[in-house]
Write a protein that binds this ligand. Sequence first.
Ligand code: ACO
Length: 290
Amino acid sequence: MEFPFEVDVVFGERITTVDQHLRPSGRRGPTVTQVNLQRQLMTIIDEMGKASAKAQNLPAPITSASRMQTNRHVLYILKDNELKPTGKGVVIGFLKVGYKKLFVLDRHGAHNEVEPLCLLDFYVHESLQRHGYGKELFEHMLQHERVEPYQLAVDRPSEKLLCFLRKHYSLRETIPQVNNFVVFEGFFDHQHAPAKKLPPKRAEEEIKPYSLTDREFLKEEVEPPWPLNQSRSLTRSSSLGNSPVRSCLKPFLNEQELLKNLRLCPSHSAAHHLLNGETGSPAAQRRRTR
Ligand code: ACO
């Protein structure tokens, strides 16, 4: 992706790390003021965020400069000096991660409170996909964050990302979840901090089964997590492609298991209605997504 300013000046390094302060690491260019550099960085983040949302058929970007400022996320931005038709350098792609408190089901269906590093957004420019740039970004992130791929939770991965993880890191087997995060086999074996099992007597209302995803704010326009999205799956699948979460989880749960999981759902009756193919009013649907 090209910009009407010198990308090389905004980013001194091939892969630059950016946090909520929006100060690119390794930047140079004494003639450009810091304010200008930050404005340019914000433009890059906004444009890349839009391109990523478009590539994933999301109704709005989940990565933007303003969202970066209000979250403790880390962006890795990859640029290149050689691919520069205009001589200003190009941005190839980015990857966004952040730690999140999640309730994750283990293989036995028990809820575990964990705070893993989550892969939240990942994009390589269309013209440069399948050239190894995604792997370069991902490897850099793994080293910088000191994590192994199987320790990550992935926020609603696209089919391309699932292929990517399968190809480069042999991540195939997922552990079914009732939120939109996907974790892979090995997630619980290698947690840095031991996963905290929830006390068995804890009141159900205290358990938040659907941990907030970075895409949560899109819910009104997109959908609630599976299986509450089933009544809208047709419109959703045409607007967002096949939901890997849906396709990963569905085969694992029969109706009985599903109802067991939905005991933690804010509205049991809503789940029954959905299982029976009833959709309820739009207002009721909205309530169920929260
Ligand atoms: N179809 C299927 N698999 C693909 C595709 C594709 N169009 N593109 C990349 N891959 C997978 C394949 O496994 C591919 O290996 P192959 O070519 O041998 O089949 C492998 O990725 C290629 O690896 P890289 O070249 O290192 O990856 P790339 O630079 O293409 O980056 C990425 C991968 C970021 C997923 C990129 O394809 C992309 O931007 N896709 C569109 C946006 C997207 O889906 N992002 C993930 C959203 S979900 C989230 O961020 C949590």
